[in-house]
Design a protein around this ligand. Structure first.
Ligand code: SF4
Length: 490
């Protein structure tokens, strides 16, 4: 079967032409199908369609076929059912984060799209699957003109005029304000503890004092169970910190996610980072059911809809809409490299106001990525914060390379960690050198420091990299970034 899929991707251009002709035939036959009755044809056509598409594309019959927009690779074959691009965990050889033995669906999709006339459609936003359409024929929906050959489900222009009460007059918090003012911001990451004692997270947050602009609260990082990110974010907020709540699609479906986000807004949380999340296989509950009802792009679209249109994904209106500064993640350091800027553009289009990247250990790869970002003008549409972090030992560096999805520590850094007499100092020095280089890259609005279990060295990193007194230095970013604060709302 893998050979067939390989063949399909290699000949995606020719298959696209054939498939397009076939869809024209379907549309032509629409009136005939209507006369016979679509409901009568559903079972036999779905049966034939599922067999044919399973053989060629590994199709899962989601009922909303996107093959023409995803390089002839079925997105439902992705282990996380991602419909809007690769996760950040694709391995350096292009294999799946969750299964080394298979090639990432989105590596195939990008290859296929590059051979297709409608290849650019891979940059379009796909809406989440309607599970009640699962198993139903897409061919009949094409004949009914419910589905087009190249699907585009972006929310653009779909905002209805009806509005709900909303308080957009108020700002979305200090983080947005600082970014708008052109400050080079620093965010740090905290993983909530395995504890019900608030002091266990507050004491770690106090290490940063007022040296950082916001604190990301991870949501079951590496698919391990911890204190809830929402509870931890509220605890920090009560102490005067600016939390960025992380929400992953791994553990909750669209009903739970939207409810939690509404709850977070009600509790005063202003910043949200939408993530797909690591596979459960990587965590301490490998037997848990992975949800992945939405992907991060769909979640961004859902929250943007709640904020700007004041309604849930279902279309039902809210009485009072949240007002959230919305973030997304990007990984410039994992293949397929050429799709990464396009993928980020998709997230910005879906609603991201700021981006935080995976750990950067390869400054040249970051420079390449930022060149593409600038060419697309994305640095003018969202604030980009680059992820960095100190390595504490050679063992930790090797472990991260092997076990943290999407982290790629190049050989020259591994060599420095191997040959040094003081690995902790060397790891900190590498981090400082990277920050100094990152500051010089045009379009970067800040750094995001991930110092897992070594938070105490963050103040030293800020001091020695010259970021401690940064609030006095403005980097003139504000004039260039235009955020879509109110889309389609009066
Ligand atoms: S690496 Fe990520 S995007 Fe690619 S197939 Fe695996 S889960 Fe899906």
């Amino acid at each position: 079967m893998t050979l067939v899929r390989h063949w399909v991707i290699r000949h995606a251009g020719a298959i696209e032409r054939l498939y397009r002709s076939f869809e024209r035939v379907l549309v032509f036959c629409g009136p005939l199908f209507k006369a016979v009755g679509f409901h009568r044809l559903e079972k036999p056509v779905a049966f034939i369609e599922s067999r044919a598409k399973k053989f060629f594309f590994g199709c899962h019959m989601c009922g909303e076929c996107t093959l023409m927009s995803t390089g002839m690779a079925c997105p439902m074959t992705c282990r996380k059912s991602l419909r809007n691009g690769p996760c950040g965990g694709v391995r350096p050889d292009g294999s799946c984060e969750l299964d080394k033995t298979i090639k990432c669906t989105w590596v195939n999709a990008w290859e296929g799209a590059s051979r297709m006339g409608s290849g650019a459609a891979i940059g379009r936003q796909q809406r989440p699957v309607h599970y009640n359409k699962f198993g139903r024929s897409s061919w009949l929906r094409v004949a009914q003109k419910e589905l087009s050959a190249v699907s585009d489900f972006s929310n653009k222009g779909q905002a209805k005029k009806k509005s709900c009460k909303q308080e957009h007059a108020r700002g979305r918090g200090l983080l947005e304000e600082k970014l708008r003012q052109g400050e080079f911001v620093v965010t740090v990451e905290l993983s909530p503890p395995d504890s019900s004692n608030p002091e266990d997270i507050l004491s770690r947050a106090r290490l940063f004092g007022n040296m950082v602009d916001a604190i990301n609260i991870t949501d079951g990082s590496n698919a391990n169970c911890h204190l809830s990110s929402l509870a931890a974010a509220v605890l920090l907020k009560q102490e005067g910190y600016t939390p960025i709540l992380q929400a992953t699609c791994r553990d909750r479906n669209r009903i739970a996610l939207q409810g939690d986000i509404l709850g977070a807004a009600a509790l005063g949380i202003e910043n949200l980072l939408c993530l797909t999340g690591d596979g459960v296989e990587n965590g301490d509950h490998p037997g848990a059911k992975p949800v992945f009802d939405l992907d991060s792009t769909s979640l961004l679209g859902a929250v943007r809809g709640m904020c700007d249109e004041g309604r849930f994904l279902s279309g039902r209106y809210l009485k009072s809409a949240p007002n959230i500064f919305l973030g997304a993640a990007a990984n410039p350091f994992a293949p397929p490299f050429d799709i990464r800027a396009v993928h980020m553009a998709k997230k910005i289009e879906a609603g991201a106001n700021f981006i935080q990247t995976q750990y950067c250990f390869d400054i040249n790869a970051l420079r390449d990525f930022m060149r593409k970002v600038r060419a697309l003008g994305l640095h003018n549409r969202a604030y980009i914060l680059v992820g960095v972090g100190p390595l504490v030992s050679l063992k930790a560096a090797n472990w991260m390379n092997e076990n943290v999805p999407g982290v790629n520590i190049p050989k020259n850094i591994i060599k420095r960690m191997q040959t040094t007499e003081n690995p902790k100092l060397e790891g900190k020095q590498i981090c400082i050198e990277l920050i100094r280089e990152i500051i010089k890259i045009k379009g970067v609005a800040g750094v995001h420091i991930m110092a897992h279990r070594c938070e105490e060295i963050v103040p030293e990193i800020l001091e020695e990299s010259g970021l401690r007194g940064r609030h006095e230095r403005k980097l003139n970013m504000a004039a260039t970034v235009t955020l879509p604060v109110k889309q389609g709302r009066k």
